[in-house]
Design a protein around this ligand. Structure first.
Ligand SMILES: C[S@@+](CC[C@H](N)C(=O)[O-])C[C@H]1O[C@@H](n2cnc3c(N)ncnc32)[C@H](O)[C@@H]1O
Length: 308
């Protein structure tokens, strides 16, 4: 199947697979929305394509990915219910469980990275964050920018950056070798050969780490995974000059097996970002569909920032 055929096949396949196998998670997912805006549909199809592009059997690959996506979605619902009752992230009491997870190939390769990748096609808030990243943040950067990304994960943001900015170079840092290997495997053959990518397996909060100087920084969904987000923000701000752009995302009041730092609301997140050496240029704070009026209020937050 070529790209056009893959894109045509993926969305209907995903909605049918979810309707047949895990109908209880279908409420609110993008592929079940009756009126999908054209630009949403386009980025969702692009994410599905990036997910299956390197697989010989796209049907089997997408079915496996949807199984992983179901695992993290069901788990999220269970964990979020517990968080709403306790007001605490469970992993905060045992932060060593995060290192165990990131070192555990069975979990990282079994469901974590595949599942998280597909949230950018299926969870409405993640689709909005990805559009904001691509259309508002990447559009600001010059083509030959040198980028630092912390928390590479599945590599979706990296592949978008490298393709949209063909003269750019990329340095990714992730504490998990499984994330780095997975991201490298998912790049298109052209990107793998181009020699524009450097990866380092390291903890960004390690004071001995020297990430080097870059023109722009990206850090998506990592601030809530460290005990001291201020230390992470300071490491990011040290790696760029004043005036450089950055893109940051995180959550408030949203549980996951590896969330340890609890942000209370968007203003709380903004305070940390500003204290960490960045000015907020533009941001979005989207309540969780169906829980917009809940207390505490779960939300996804994303910001284009500039080093002060
Ligand atoms: C939730 S995933 C986010 C992946 C991707 N950026 C996204 O937005 O979907 C968190 C990633 O950050 C990495 N990570 C967590 N703590 C880290 C740390 N202290 N230093 C570097 N990477 C870290 C994890 O290994 C994982 O790949």
């Amino acid at each position: 199947m070529d790209r056009t055929e893959l894109e045509k096949f993926a969305r209907p396949f995903a909605s049918q697979w979810i309707a047949e196998n895990v109908p209880m998670i279908s409420g609110g997912l993008t592929v079940f929305q009756e009126a999908l805006a054209d630009d949403d549909r386009e980025i969702i199809d692009d994410v599905f394509w990036r997910f299956i592009q390197n697989h010989e059997d796209p049907r089997a690959a997408l079915a496996g990915g949807l199984e992983s996506f179901s695992t993290i979605s069901v788990d999220f619902l269970r964990l979020q219910g517990r968080f709403m009752r306790s007001g605490k992230y469970r992993a905060a009491a045992n932060p060593e469980t995060l290192q165990e997870l990131y070192a555990d190939g069975e979990r990282m390769r079994g469901y974590y990275l595949d599942g998280l990748f597909l949230t950018y096609a299926l969870w409405p808030n993640h689709v909005q964050m990805l559009k904001f990243f691509r259309d508002r943040f990447l559009a600001r950067l010059p083509e030959n920018v040198s980028l630092l990304e912390v928390g590479v994960g599945h590599g979706l943001m990296a592949s978008l950056m490298l393709e949209q900015l063909p003269g750019s170079s990329y340095h990714g840092i992730d504490i998990s070798s499984h994330s780095i290997d997975y991201a490298m495997e998912n790049f298109s053959p052209a990107l793998k050969q181009a020699g524009r990518v450097k990866m380092s397996c390291a903890d960004i909060t390690d004071p001995a780490l020297k990430p080097g100087h870059h023109d722009a920084v990206v850090c998506c969904e990592v601030l809530e995974h460290v005990l001291e987000p201020d230390v992470l923000l300071e490491a990011l701000s040290r790696s760029v000059e004043a005036g450089s752009f950055g893109f940051l995302t995180t959550v408030a009041n949203m549980e996951a097996e590896d969330h340890v730092y609890l942000f209370h609301d968007a203003d709380d997140i903004r305070t940390h970002i500003t204290r960490g050496g960045f000015e907020i240029v533009e941001d979005q704070a989207n309540g969780l569909p169906g829980m917009e009026d809940a207390t505490p209020r779960p939300l996804n937050y994303s910001a284009i920032v500039q080093r002060t």
